[in-house]
Design a protein around this ligand. Sequence first.
Ligand SMILES: [Zn+2]
Length: 503
Amino acid sequence: MNIPSLLIAFSLFFVAATSVNANPGRDAVVTSRYYHSLISAPSPRLAELELFTTLLPKGADLHHHYDGSLYAENYLDWVEQQNGCIYRENNAVLKAEKFRIEMKPQDLPEAARRICLDAVTARSDSVFHQQLLQRWSVKDYGNHVHRQLPPDQHFFNTFQYFIPLLDFSSPAGLQILKQRALAENVQYLESVFAMAPVVENPLLAAKINALDPAASDAQTDEELSAYAAFIANDPQAQAAIRRYVQMANQAAAGIDDDRFKLRFHAFVFRGDQPARVFAGMAAAFAAAQASSRIVGVNIVGAENSPMAMRDYVLHMKMFRFLKRQYPKVKLSLHAGELALGMVPPEGLRHHVRDALLIAGADRIGHGADIAHETAAPDTLRLMRERGIPVEINLSSNAFILGLQGDAHPLPLYRQQRVPFVITSDDTGVSRNSLSREYLLFASRYRPSYAQLKNAVYATIRHSFLTDEEKQAEMAKLARRFAAFERQIADMVQAGGKMGRIAR
Ligand SMILES: [Zn+2]
């Protein structure tokens, strides 16, 4: 560079550096320094960090369950709108279970109707209302002594209460989730949305259900093959898949716009009988193949349940079988959502690796047991080399697994340069937000601002959007970051030098 061009470059830099408005370079530096001051104090400045992570562009939330992301209050509103009721006590004779929703009180016998509260009454009875929120979420679980189930059971039990409302609530619920996403600067949701339809064939099902866990791959594939052929040719099964796709399209109709995008995962429940899991999985793959709205297949439910533990490898073989038939369908699999003590140590040895190597997962959900897995160093290497990310859910791992702080494997994944994304899991049940997950990430693990930004960009990079869509979302994210850094820089400037007043 010669002297004149050096002078021009210098004066351009000077103009840029001194301009109060539109100075992205300055904004980024101020934002980075301010953020650093928040996390580097002996105890992180949480309130300021809370605002910072709330305003922070967060790209996508890639591990997000539709039903668990809505708050109990949303469900209660819908009980009211639909004139449903909620049982206020257990009664075996009347088949009443406290806190369960009944959508057609008019069809109940008089005695049952008397113990089923409408939503207005449920809300106005403060004791019952508190108990209801506690049962339908993790509210108050740890802050006072009361009779309660173990945390993992309590967490997974909540979902059963919402089932009666799911058909009714989808479009309204998705709108709530969209507004919530926009409010916390999230531009894309990949939501684990609805269970794939299960069409049964008792004869073929019996063969899959009778499969020995040690059966050869050839024998397993043979039984799966017969069931897959049935699903592919049965008019009822095909109609169920079409209805499922239509339902997903209708629920999300008109929701995408310039600021927000929504895609779904079809899912199966790992606590079901093997043949039911496979029937649902085959339908889920077919639906994902048929619809651009459904971008992936997932498997959910308590991984430590006896059935899920027994059939884990079989489930992975089912994924492998279907992935061969539908190579373009993407898989994000909950794998290794386990901690020592939930199951015997042998149960912690191979789930992440099997999801990766047998099922061919494109993303790993949780991966919390990795430090216990036999071939962990090699599995971590494979994830790094293949660019397979782990979806990190700090709040739900803390509650369900008791894993938090330094005990959580996130630092291990980061040390091994495995890609990761910060995700929310079930904000309604956990009564938190994606912003709070970023607050935990920043305050506990103290990533630099550049690392924090990288983690956000990773959410778009590892989404199941098409390459073209990803490019568009990346550009939007860059614009959001420019606006965010401007906002933070202005705020810091208004508050005085690095906001150090009164500290
Ligand atoms: Zn999950």
